[in-house]
Design a protein around this ligand. Structure first.
Ligand code: ADP
Ligand code: MG
Length: 284
């Protein structure tokens, strides 16, 4: 058990070279403007993501988590600031970022296997190679035997695993996951958490993972970015210095979830009391 645990320890931050930054968000703001007025979705958000890091984003509904994901994905353009990926400014979507959303995203008219091969086909990858990649990624998400099924023949959890396989098949530099298990029942959700953890341990793919589950973020992430609402800001960063796999019952696990819960509850209360308007970010 100890041997297994030590093999699964997170890469300590101190071991990472300074040049190991994959993504950097610098002073990012986004204000949505419409006929009905404007919404300051994010204000002055800065953080870095290191190669191989598993980062989770958590915060109350409407605090800009999806906006962060959409900007890193290149679907939204910041009003101010910029995002660098491997030293280049992101100015649109690209195959170097794989995205998995909460809602179903597999094409219903394609089989699961065809869905997984879709991006490779677009890139003109040869049939045999596509097949090999699909086999590999379907196996990684425990769907080896379902390749010929259509999405409507799959359960919600299987569809999300399929969406993960499809994103990975394009061999992106990072995965962006926006509440990927938010619509699933709790048992399915826990199975999928195991799958994501196993994939991360296998591939050490850099992952930016939005969740509103406190436990999920402590279970999976190296680092948790806590966002606060209206306008969305990065309020706190929490390092999760626990080995993997993590056990929900462990004292250190419970302590971290308690800490995170009180941070978030404090924030929600402030929002309900209308005190959130121009609140300064916490000083620690
Ligand atoms: P979260 O994912 O944390 O729930 P979002 O990033 O979806 O939050 O939204 C942040 C804020 O921006 C919310 O107040 C939301 O209503 C607003 N918002 C998001 N997308 C749009 C849009 N396309 N147009 C106008 N307002 C938007
Ligand atoms: Mg969202």
């Amino acid at each position: 058990m100890n041997v297994a645990n030590s093999r699964l320890k997170p890469i300590p931050l101190s071991d990472r070279a300074a040049g190991d930054t994959l993504i950097e968000l610098r002073n990012l703001s986004l204000t949505f403007r419409s006929d009905h007025g404007q919404v300051r979705a994010l204000q002055n958000v800065s953080f870095q993501v290191h190669r191989n890091e598993f980062i989770s984003l958590i915060g109350p509904s409407g605090c800009g988590k999806s906006t962060v994901i959409n900007m890193v994905a290149g679907f939204e353009t910041p009003t101010a600031g910029r995002i660098m990926l491997g030293g280049s400014v992101i100015d649109g979507p690209g195959g170097d970022r794989g995205v998995v959303f909460q809602e179903e995203s597999l094409y219903p008219w394609l089989t699961l296997r065809e869905n997984v091969e879709f991006g490779l086909r677009l890139r003109g990858v040869h049939r045999a190679e596509r097949r090999e990649a699909a086999n590999h990624y379907l196996e990684l998400v425990d769907l080896s035997h379902s390749g010929n099924a259509f999405p409507d023949q799959l359960s919600g959890g299987m569809k999300q695993r399929g969406a993960i396989a499809r994103a990975l098949a394009n061999e992106p530099r990072m995965l962006l996951m926006d509440e990927p298990f938010g619509a699933l029942d709790i048992l399915t959700r826990e199975t999928l958490q195991d799958v994501v953890l196993r994939i991360w341990l296998d591939t050490r793919k850099t992952i930016l993972f939005v969740t509103h589950s406190i436990e999920e973020s402590v279970l999976l992430a190296d680092r948790i970015l806590v966002f606060t609402g209206r306008p969305g800001r990065l309020a706190e960063t929490l390092d999760v210095d626990l080995g993997r796999p993590r056990s929900r019952g462990d004292r250190s696990f419970v302590e971290l979830t308690d800490r995170l819960r009180s941070m978030l509850l404090g924030d929600v209360r402030r929002m309900e009391m209308g005190l959130d308007g121009e609140r300064a970010p916490p000083s620690h």
